[in-house]
Design a protein around this ligand. Structure first.
Ligand code: GLU
Length: 330
């Protein structure tokens, strides 16, 4: 019996040696090697970071089956993520739908430099252009920002451009009419509580940790309505009216929902990323959507259908393959 075991063990060892030295070893070895992809997100207290975490958690649940491991990186936001995906530093990035459109068509930060290799995977949660002000700063409307210290966000963010557009609709030039700070939005809560700014813009899903932090401090804060956006929405079809539900932030000094406008968060990649990888990511998120939605309250509204709305760059072949397979697309 013992002899038998030794022989079997030896045979197995020789067998596996033969396999690993076999003629076609390079391609076989390759397909068994773990592949890594990184998803660019945003500040730790925003929604992109947990959204990236939710995507990687969902994909990594089948890590051994696919030999694919997704990790998340905290970044400055949409603009940084698109640029990093385009340069090949990141495989995936979360980006606002308006930024996806502008990058692909060569507008705004990408003026004259269209990112033709940018590819959409799917849309995620809605984001609202959120104007948070200290209740003691004498700000009741966006016009009242004149002369105030306002954080519009860092140059890598998507929200900086939205803040500039929103100010312009109120007749304010961000360079001359306000004292603009360009610091990462996730730091705004602390800046506001420390009295270093009067207000800040953040294009973000709700609820989120950053606004929670801002409303939980000793300095009372409130949301400021952004209205008169009809023209803006007409000019830029990726904008839509939205509101910030009062019930999500009971500590804010508002007694009703705050009207504003918004965009969508989307997941983007590059045409250079292999079809199989994008197929796996798309498939795992869509097939596990009900569990995925539990991972963050701003995902509550997601559906297979609305995750195909708001993208403007062409879909990546890997995403298309999945959508066609399940009949979401022809
Ligand atoms: N929309 C923001 C941006 O791209 C990021 C929001 C978030 O991190 O949730 O700048």
């Amino acid at each position: 019996m013992k002899k038998m075991l030794v022989i079997v063990t030896l045979l197995v060892m020789v067998g596996s040696l033969l396999i690993s030295c076999g003629g076609d070893s390079s391609s076989e070895g390759q397909s068994e090697r773990m592949r890594f992809v990184t998803i660019g997100t945003g500040g730790l207290t925003g929604v992109y970071y947990p959204a990236g975490g939710a995507i990687s958690k969902t994909v990594n649940a089948k890590q051994s089956e696919y030999n694919l491991k997704a990790t998340v990186e905290s970044t400055g936001g949409s603009v940084f993520n698109i640029n990093a995906v385009m340069s090949g530093d990141l495989e995936f990035g979360i980006a606002q739908s308006d930024r996806q459109f502008q990058a692909y068509t060569g507008e705004a930060e990408w003026e004259g430099n269209p990112q033709e290799n940018l590819r959409a995977v799917c849309a995620l949660h809605p984001e609202s252009i959120t104007l948070v002000a200290a209740a003691d700063a004498g700000i009741d409307s966006i016009e009242d920002l004149r002369g105030k210290k306002v954080n519009i966000g860092d140059p890598g963010s998507g929200n900086r451009g939205n803040a500039i557009d929103a100010l312009a609709t109120a007749g304010l030039d961000w360079e001359t009419d306000i004292q603009a700070e360009q610091i990462k939005a996730a730091e705004s809560a602390k800046l506001l509580q420390d009295g270093r700014i009067d207000a800040y813009f953040y294009t973000v899903g709700h609820p989120n940790g950053s606004v929670m932090e801002a409303t939980a401090g000793t300095r009372p804060v409130k949301f400021i309505p952004i209205v008169n956006v009809d023209e803006l929405i007409e000019e830029f079809p990726f904008y839509a009216k939205s509101y910030i539900p009062q019930k999500l932030y009971p500590k804010a000094a508002n007694d009703s929902d705050t009207p504003t406008y918004g965009v969508k968060a989307t997941l983007v990649t590059s045409a250079e990323v292999p079809e199989e990888i994008v197929y796996i990511v798309t498939k795992e998120v869509f097939e596990n959507l009900e569990d995925f939605k539990q991972l963050h309250p701003s995902f509550e509204v997601l559906s297979r259908e609305n995750m195909l709305e708001g993208n403007s760059a062409p879909y990546h072949d890997g995403a298309l393959k999945y959508f066609r397979e399940v009949g979401l697309m022809d």
